[in-house]
Design a protein around this ligand. Sequence first.
Ligand code: NAD
Length: 478
Amino acid sequence: MLLNQEIDLLESKIDKLFDLQKRHSISLRKSTVHERLGHIKRLREWVLSHKEDIQKALYADYRKPYTETDITEIYPVLSEAKHFISNLAHWMKSKRMPTPLTFLGTKAQTQYEPKGASLIIAPWNYPFNLAIGPLVAALGAGCTAIVKPSEMTPHTSALIRRMIGELFDEQMVAVVEGGVEASQLLLSKPFDHLFFTGSPAVGKIVMKAAAEHLTSVTLELGGKSPAIIAEDANLKDAAEKIAATKFLNCGQTCIAPDYVFIPNSKRDPFLQYVKEAIDSMYKSGKKGIEKSPDYSRIVNERHFNRIMHLLQDASEKGAKIEIGGKSIPEENLLEPTVLVDINPTMLVMQEEIFGPILPVMVYENLEQALALVNEMPKPLALYAFSNSSRTIRHIFEQTSSGASVANDCALHFLHPELPFGGVNNSGIGKSHGVFGFLEFSNQKAVLEQRIGFTAAKPLFPPYNMAKKKMIEGLLKWF
Ligand code: NAD
């Protein structure tokens, strides 16, 4: 909690930054592809030359393994930057629109104008990637940005402040560090676009604040992403992919499979494969998982306690720990933990787990499982495992989610050409590549009358009989 005096200081800093960026954002309306790519290229070079600093910051925050930082924090930012470098000139070009007969003599275009001053609020779970990835899109679209990293990963937050300070003037990009108070002060300003990544609960607060100024929003939220395994699926393959994605980053991944649905008859062999996958990823010899250099920690004590409460609630309501369950509170560590005998009244089936607990629910027929998925808010991702393309199509057609992935998990996040985002409770708007560019751009309609008179002039009042007849005739045309 900040003191009143500190809040006043922060407020005046934010007011100054906002005014500075708002003014600068107007001059950026004319920015060229060359200028925008200049920013992105310098950012990319900084990331490449400070790889070790990024790895160290994330390790200090929650013991994230260096290689996992390479794969999930550095690679996505470099890949987004590269994709912008290759495509921005094409995306920025005005698009000539067709001219229907009734508009003869006009020229119509869609132009992509920078929205202006943007605010990026990032979460703690991929704290570098989810602050800097959207920044690439904001810069590509020609916007200024204030970046607010998460207060829960202070080492990464400090690193982002240093990086932005070394790369940009404050009028272009600035960092405001802090927690809820900083966020709320920022949210009170009339930004032109707001890009928020975080929980649905805070997403609602952000959207209400944006409504005050009718600021457009991109909300990248979370939810319960199911993995549905069909009767004919390759169980070993499904188990390996689900375990790898679920326990990556200690289960703290927005698109991790939150829970599994599996036919009753396939449950035990599936569990055996999951156990083997966990052992092979995190156990070496007789050493426990706590010794694995490849398993991160839960971000802090508050989240550790929240996750342990979910586990306790499930146990009290009849769930059985089938795999894992061991915890070391002083390290915020819970082993990869798999629960069976699950029912929908358990908190693990009502809240986003966001930790290393995987509930495995059984079903007798697929329709039952789909009905349960459809009773819950629409997820960020839905994973379906089956050897039949007809079954996959059926699952995808019967459900709604931000992304649907067949026979794999989370891979869509890394695909540069795909939109990334949720639907309703799991998010509003899309990011990555051209979709991120469009979020930060105003798609402006530009129409030029080229024949010197208004084609609609004969329709101006007064509406005499001849005009009425002409209008009636026109309506019959459509
Ligand atoms: P969070 O919503 O608690 O916090 C996100 C950001 O909002 C932080 O910067 C925080 O300081 C700020 N914030 C927190 N409370 C606020 C308030 N009352 N008013 C204004 N700002 C506030 O989320 P988190 O715990 O950092 O991240 C976990 C959540 O984010 C999960 O739900 C996860 O699924 C989701 N997530 C989504 C994506 C995605 O791309 N869709 C990616 C990562 C995480």
